[in-house]
Design a protein around this ligand. Sequence first.
Ligand code: NAI
Length: 260
Amino acid sequence: MMRFEGKTAIVTGAAGGIGAAIVRLLATEGAEVFAADVNEDALRHDARRVTNYACDVTSNDQVEAMVSRMVDSHGRLDLLFNNAGTGKMGDITETTDEDWERVFKVNITSIMYASRAAVPHMRRQGGGAIVNTGSVSGIGGDYGFGAYNASKGAVINYTRALAVDLGCDNIRVNAFCPGFIPRTGLTNGLEGLPVRDIFESMIPMRRGGTTEEMANVAAFLASDAASYVTGAILMADGGMTAHTGQPNLWAATRELMAGP
Ligand code: NAI
């Protein structure tokens, strides 16, 4: 399948994890891709259609320069994947101004910078698609993760706001919300800890997701198959957020209910 033949794409946070999987899928399906990341040393894509591009998405100047470079070199920008993200654990008394500002700059301000730079080109072309990486943490609270929760909540509602503003330009804006995706830069630290298996056992599908599964969701939202989808927040979490959080009362009580 070559869903993205003739299209160009920028993927941020593309050195590893979910972003790298999105880059691989897009290139396999025909897109010319800028794989952008602040961690230049980790940017090792070697596919023919992929350009490794060092960019700190918290710098408006660097983001504008990247979009200009894409348009200068390939003539257009069709797809923007705002995927760079970071987190910082700590309850409110442990959260410094610097932590808070850093998390917001990487997770949400960067989306404004990149979308602001991309939209004039998409308008000129007659359309485009923006896909933001949200999180299950954007629709509820986690222990000791308030800055991340707040920033991802902002990603979700900003996605809707952009979709409303840009619908008349045929620019679709959607977000997908990963649940637990093990072995990425954000989740590597959980490997080997007991909480990792507890975490998976709490997910209705009883497992974390793969980066390839996330790339499939992101690609769908960017593709023509989603041509009438905008402002959508697509949960990709194995059912995590479908659950109320109540324990399995059915299993705990079924013997009692069965009677003598
Ligand atoms: P990751 O750490 O492998 O990927 C994030 C990438 O963003 C890294 O390569 C990092 O260098 C890059 N980045 C950070 N700051 C940047 C900056 N200022 N400029 C440019 N690039 C920057 O982790 P993962 O899991 O692949 O994260 C990708 C996205 O998925 C993030 O937005 C994250 O919040 C989100 N997510 C991940 C989940 C998971 O369980 N892994 C769950 C929910 C959401």
